[in-house]
Write a protein that binds this ligand. Structure first.
Ligand code: ATP
Ligand code: MG
Length: 419
């Protein structure tokens, strides 16, 4: 019986997991320098968390959630995003009294969405995200944008993606805009897609996000939200643009960006791949989410970057050559020397060298072929006679030079280090 992988899932094989590790390493390093702390929350939560947090009328909650009843009949959902879960933890674990404000958190983890698969779109995928709690200043927005743009910079992807920003205002100014938007759309609604027709009543702002050509054509001359911002929201957006200019972080203003989750307000943004037409990440402010989920009113801001799409871009632009593991040394042994040599092999590994050895009990010739195949830089040869004399041969596989040296760690190290 052949049991296949589930649709929309993938196995990350060694060639690719190197890329994942590389990105994750950058993520950890960047977050360390920004003093952002890692948080790990469960992969499943009560369904109610997402209905309330992400919003009942969003695509995620409406169509994309993996929801099931557990053995006691509770409704459980595999996390489709992580902000709601982090907010739940922030409240439930009392982080506001355990850490000092602003509380800066990051995560990397798998998410689950029941979506139509295509390039860069999976049912199990991973996001790196950052959430800041406690600051209502635009400076917190800016710092989080710096984190994501630093990641892109380190991955050499800065010029491959556009940062598109928008402000969707606060509850107050958005209300006025939505009325104007509906007024504009109403005469054309009959020519729009079915989803937009439903959204018109339930979540009109999301109509701006529709990818159907007939709908975006109608929306071309629609009023833009940035013309309706209240003083506070407008000032905030101006500050953000000014700071991005000063920091020389390139961006464009896209008044159609509304984000697919209901909790956002004020500044929102997306990183969009220039060539692949896919969003690589997105974020913004969500000042009302903590109170919506039951906590004390707390301003918050954050973003999520799609790890799978970052991997895709690194592969697309061939930015992954440097990631192959270098084998520093292969130890060529026979039956009598393999075990006694093991402690030298492991000592070198403790010192950080990448060492391979004869765990397949191959012949001498076969071992040479293998060492060549895996691209070992050095081969240390220890046969029975040499071992008795406490000696070994070391061959530089690049230059072809071979030396007889003392069999000890320092002598071997010296040859490798001075190559
Ligand atoms: P899209 O418009 O592509 O559906 P989204 O707005 O639903 O994206 P978000 O909820 O903002 O995505 O998630 C943040 C990031 O996670 C996205 O920018 C994207 O890089 C990634 N992402 C979202 N859904 C998927 C998926 N199904 N497979 C792979 N990556 C995804
Ligand atoms: Mg989506």
């Amino acid at each position: 019986m052949n049991i296949a992988r589930q649709k929309g899932c993938k196995d990350i094989l060694p060639d690719e997991s190197k890329i994942w590790q590389y990105i994750e390493k950058q993520v950890r390093e960047i977050c360390r320098t920004y003093n952002i702390n890692e948080i790990r929350t469960p992969v499943f939560e009560a369904t109610e968390l997402y209905c309330r947090g992400v919003g009942n009328e969003t695509d995620i909650v409406n169509k994309e959630m993996y929801t099931f009843l557990d053995k006691k009949g509770r409704s459980i959902t595999l996390r489709p995003e992580l902000t709601a879960g982090v907010v739940r933890a922030y409240i439930e674990d009392g982080l506001s009294s355990k850490m000092s404000s602003p509380i800066k958190l990051w995560y990397v983890g798998n998410m689950y969405r029941y979506e139509k698969m295509q390039k860069g779109r999976y049912r199990e995928f991973s996001q790196f995200g950052v959430e800041y709690f406690g600051s209502n200043s635009y400076l917190a927005d800016i710092e989080t944008i710096c984190v994501s743009s630093e990641l892109l910079k380190r991955l050499d992807l800065s010029d491959k993606v556009n940062l598109e920003i928008n402000s969707i205002g606060c509850e107050k100014c958005r209300k006025e805009y939505i009325n104007k938007l509906k007024e504009y759309i109403k005469p054309n609604l009959c020519n729009m897609c079915d989803t937009c027709k439903v959204r018109f009543d339930k979540n009109p702002l999301r109509i701006l996000d529709c990818k159907e050509i007939k709908c975006s054509d109608i929306l071309k001359n629609a009023p833009v939200i940035t013309d309706f911002l209240c003083d506070d929201c407008r000032k905030d957006f101006e500050n953000i643009k000014m700071a991005l200019n000063k920091l020389e972080i390139e961006y464009t203003i896209n008044p159609r960006i509304v984000r697919g989750l209901d909790y956002y307000n004020k500044t929102v943004y997306e990183y969009v791949s220039k060539d692949l037409g896919l969003a690589v990440g997105g974020g913004g402010r969500y000042d009302k989410l903590v109170s919506t989920i039951g906590g004390v009113d707390t301003p918050a801001v954050g973003f999520g970057m799609g790890m799978d799409r970052l991997v895709l871009l690194l592969k697309e632009y061939n930015l992954v050559d440097k990631l192959n593991t270098n084998i520093d040394v292969y130890f060529l042994t026979d039956e009598s020397t393999y075990i006694p040599i093991q402690k030298y092999i492991n000592n070198l590994r403790s010192l950080g060298y990448v060492v391979e050895s004869n765990i397949q009990q191959r012949s001498f010739n076969a071992q040479f072929k293998y060492a060549n195949k895996i691209g070992a830089n050095f081969v240390v040869i220890v046969d029975k006679e040499d071992f008795k004399d406490n000696k070994c041969d070391i061959k530089n596989m690049i230059t072809g030079e071979q030396f007889k040296i003392k069999l000890d760690i320092n002598s071997i190290k010296e040859k490798i280090d001075n190559a």
